[in-house]
Design a protein around this ligand. Structure first.
Ligand code: UDP
Length: 325
């Protein structure tokens, strides 16, 4: 392989849950990877098994450090931008950081990716659909947000701005950028520390602690296995037809949060009690949750020939094994 054709990539948020799984697969696929992470929600534990890999290097750093980003982007030919403030709980607690990291960070990435001719993946989120109650969501469905006085919407809006900016770079400057809207992604290495439900339930069940269902538990989600998700991202990145496009990535296996709690409890042989916590107590007063969130993945399937389809039971088993260790 010539040096010019060698796949060298910068992965931002590389010590995060999804970032670390992405890098595992990239190294298997022959990429040379440099990762950066500010370790705010990521952890060195997620990448410690890679530290001796000859094609992997890592820096602790922030995407807001412009000289660092310019230097790293100039040395690579791909950027996978995953660094972001994530998790509803964190976003409510630290709204300034959320807005700054998500918007300024992405602007820096796009600016230098454009300057140095990199291919770019921008990771976005199903949150951008906001409280639109349509199901399933198609990529061109409306975003419906609540008032600016409710800080949870700052996350959705900040990621929507990232998408606008990415599409603008594609439109105006022909930057080869692809936007992936990730729906609930789960698997080993995800922590419940920032509010994510599945690792929280598994930990609670294994410890026979109360399992905390927020609201009435009738809200539904579709949980995709992180391995399927990163496989989809790596297929998309090399598709020239995908440039300047948005893709939903997620599972279509729907489950209510109440049923999820029961399923996890059963699979863990747990004696936990399932308790219901009002949203106002779990988050902020007046918190609005989405009643349902399912992706339409037709566009993804057409582009890459498959969609995430690992079963929820299989994924829960992987998470249980991870926490048992
Ligand atoms: N949830 C819950 N108990 C928890 C954590 C979350 O019932 O301990 C609920 C949360 O209110 C939401 C769903 O589980 O309805 C999924 O939450 P998560 O934060 O994993 O993802 P979201 O879909 O909100 O981005």
């Amino acid at each position: 392989m010539s040096v010019k054709n060698e796949k060298t990539a910068l992965v931002t948020g590389g010590a995060g849950f999804i970032g670390s799984h992405l890098i595992d697969r990239m190294l298997e696929a022959g990429y040379t990877v440099h990762a950066i992470d500010n370790l705010s929600t990521g952890s060195l534990d997620n990448i410690k098994h890679l530290m001796d890999h000859p094609k992997f290097t890592f820096d602790v750093g922030t995407i807001l450090d412009e000289p660092l980003m310019e230097s790293l982007i100039s040395e690579n030919n791909y950027v996978f931008h995953l660094a972001a403030a994530v998790g509803v709980k964190l976003i409510i607690e630290k709204p300034v950081d959320t807005i700054k990291t998500n918007i300024l960070g992405s602007e820096i990435i796009l600016k230098y990716a454009n300057k140095y001719n990199n291919r770019v993946i921008i990771t976005s989120t199903s949150e951008v659909y906001g409280k639109n109650d349509k199901t399933p969501f198609k990529e061109d469905d409306d975003s419906v947000y609540g008032p600016t006085t409710k800080s949870r919407w700052s996350y959705a809006c900040s990621k929507a701005i990232d998408e606008f900016l990415s599409l603008a770079y594609h439109h105006e400057k022909k930057l080869p950028v692809i936007i992936v809207r990730l729906f609930n992604t789960v698997g080993p290495r995800q922590t419940g520390q920032y509010g994510m439900v599945l690792p929280t339930f598994v930990k609670q069940a294994l410890l026979n602690h109360d399992m905390t269902v927020f609201g009435d538990g009738k809200q539904t989600r579709c949980f995709a296995n992180v391995k399927d998700v990163v496989k989809s991202i790596l297929k998309l990145v090399d598709s020239s037809k995908a440039e300047g496009q948005v893709f939903n990535i997620g599972s279509q296996e729907r489950i209510s949060i109440e049923k999820l709690a029961e399923k996890v409890r059963k699979m863990c042989n747990s004696k936990s009690k399932i308790v219901y916590i009002p949203y106002d107590d779990a988050f902020e007063s007046g918190f609005e949750d989405m009643a349902q969130r399912m992706p339409d993945t037709t566009k993804l399937k057409k582009a890459i020939g498959f969609v995430p389809e690992c079963s929820l039971s299989e994924t829960i088993n992987e998470i249980i094994e991870y926490y048992k260790q």
